[in-house]
Structures are given as C-alpha cells and as structure tokens.
Design a protein around this ligand. Structure first.
Ligand code: PXL
Length: 278
C-alpha cells in the first residue's frame, strides 16, 4: 500500500486541509499519515476570532521519532502552513525523508481572489517560495502564483500569459506546475499543467460554476496528490482531481447558503472510488 504524509493544519470545523486530505486520500486506498502543524477552531475564511494553536515545535520531534523507526513515505504533500517557522521545519522534514522516488507535492495554500488569507503578512509568500523551490510539483491558484512571482494579480489573462506564468513558476525550482481555477471564457474553468522537463502543457477544463466554497483547493490537491502517488500519469490524475472537485461543488450547490464553509464532499466519496477503479 502506498503511503502519503500530509503536512498542514487541522481546522476543527470548516472542512479544509487535514479534514479533507485524510478522508480523500484514505478513500483512494492510500495510507495517510498526518503531521498537523497547527490547530485552529475553524479555517480563517469567513470566520473571525478563530483560535490558533501553533504546533511548530512538535514538527522536529515527530520527525525524529519517525526517523528512529525508519518510517518512509511515497509522497510528502504539504498544504496550508501558518508561519515561517512551520515552513522551515517542513523543508527540513522533506530533506530528511525525501528518497529517490518520493513525490514532493506542494500546495502553496495562502491566498485566493487576489488576497492573502487572514493572518499572513506580505513577507509570507517569499517564505512559501522557498518551499516551492524544492518541490517536484506545485499547484497554486492564480492569486498564489502572482504572489510567488511577485507580479500584480489580474483576472484578465490569455493562454500566453498562463503558459508564461507556468514557466516562471517552474523556474523557481519545481519540475512541474499546475495553475488551478483558470478561465479563458466565462463558460469554462480548469487546471493548466506544465512539465518543465518535457516542455509539455496540458489544459483540462469543465463547465464554469458561479459559486465558491472553502476547501475546494484542498479537495483538488488531495485527489491530485493521491492519483499521482497511485502512479497515474499526470493527465489522468489531473482529470480525476478536476472532475471530483467539480462533483463536490455540484453536490453542495443546492445547499449553498448553509454550506459556505465547505463542500459536501463526503457524499461524493463513492464517485471518487469509482473514478479510480482501474
Ligand atoms: O483551504 C485552505 C486553508 C487551510 N487551512 C486554513 C485556512 C485555509 C483557507 O482559508 O484558513 C486554516
């Protein structure tokens, strides 16, 4: 059985990060170890006065304990990290556990719709950039990519702009990059992939849905990381991740008002299992 470790926060209520990654990765038949970097009462979007317990100092201790047991991982999947210290410890963790065949998958979860998430200062993207530099694959949305590249955020772009952005993202150090939430026309949205080693691009889109829910980036990243870890080629993995994320959004649309904090992804898990039947 393949094994992923996911390094990100636990948001106790709100469906994102570990509470999304753990069930989805498990449903894909992959063992999912967790390294919680902080515990929040809720995620930081749409809630105020949330609690934040910083678990940074546990990260090296957990790392050392796992090393003493020779525990290994097929993939290291990182998501939301709360501060520079967590990024430094995560880089150190990757350096300790990375083997020849370990997939290092980085979701630089820090921003959306042109803005950094609550609690991050303007220096944070430079820190996240250091983590992206050592990844095999990074999966920013266009806001995160703009912060990583230090260019102004824009919703007006064409295919050349996106291809150039993907190249620049790979120039940071990652071999592959995916830009999520890409819309060249009002009716569609998808994910654009670039492999800097082969020079190949691939865009996979679905119909545009005019609604946004928290945690959909984490749903995409968890399923994409899972499918890559299973050994699926990137295009197939990307299609599964996009299709599943869209399915969770469609599932939640009728309850949009009562579910702004997350999707009803749980009801879609049987679909995910179907999608990965070989
Ligand atoms: O979904 C990304 C995410 C993860 N963790 C926390 C967040 C967010 C997005 O807002 O606030 C704590």
């Amino acid at each position: 059985m393949k094994r992923i470790v996911t390094i990100q926060d636990i948001s106790c209520f709100g469906k994102c990060s570990i509470t999304v990654a753990l069930p989805l990765v498990s449903a894909m038949g992959i063992e999912c170890a967790i390294l919680p970097t902080s515990i929040l009462s809720t995620h930081t979007g749409g809630f105020t006065n949330f609690t934040f317990r910083d678990l940074s100092d546990d990260i090296p201790k957990i790392k050392d304990h796992w090393l003493s047991y020779n525990i290994g991982f097929d993939a290291i999947y990182t998501g939301y990290l709360g501060n520079e210290k967590q990024i430094n410890y995560t880089i150190d963790f990757i350096n300790s556990f990375r083997g020849e065949n370990t997939l290092v998958f980085v979701d630089p979860a820090m921003a959306d719709k042109g803005k950094l998430y609550a609690g991050f200062d303007s220096d944070f993207p430079a820190q996240m950039k250091r983590l992206c530099q050592i990844a095999d694959i990074i999966v920013p949305n266009i806001t995160e990519a703009s912060f990583l590249l230090d260019v102004p955020y824009t919703e007006e772009y064409d295919e050349d702009y996106i291809r150039d952005m993907l190249k620049k993202l790979c120039n940071l150090g990652a071999k592959k990059a995916v830009l999520t939430g890409i819309s060249f026309e009002k009716t569609t949205q998808g994910a654009y992939f670039y492999d800097s080693e082969s020079g190949e691009y691939y865009f996979y889109k679905q119909g545009y849905i005019d609604a946004s829910f928290h945690g959909t980036g984490d749903t995409f990243a968890s399923v994409f990381a899972g499918a890559l870890t299973k050994g699926y080629d990137v295009k197939r993995a990307l299609r599964i991740a996009v299709d599943f994320t869209v399915a969770t959004i469609k599932e939640t649309l009728p309850d949009k008002e009562s579910h702004p904090y997350g999707t009803k992804f749980e009801s879609c898990i049987p679909q995910l299992i179907d999608m990965i039947k070989d």
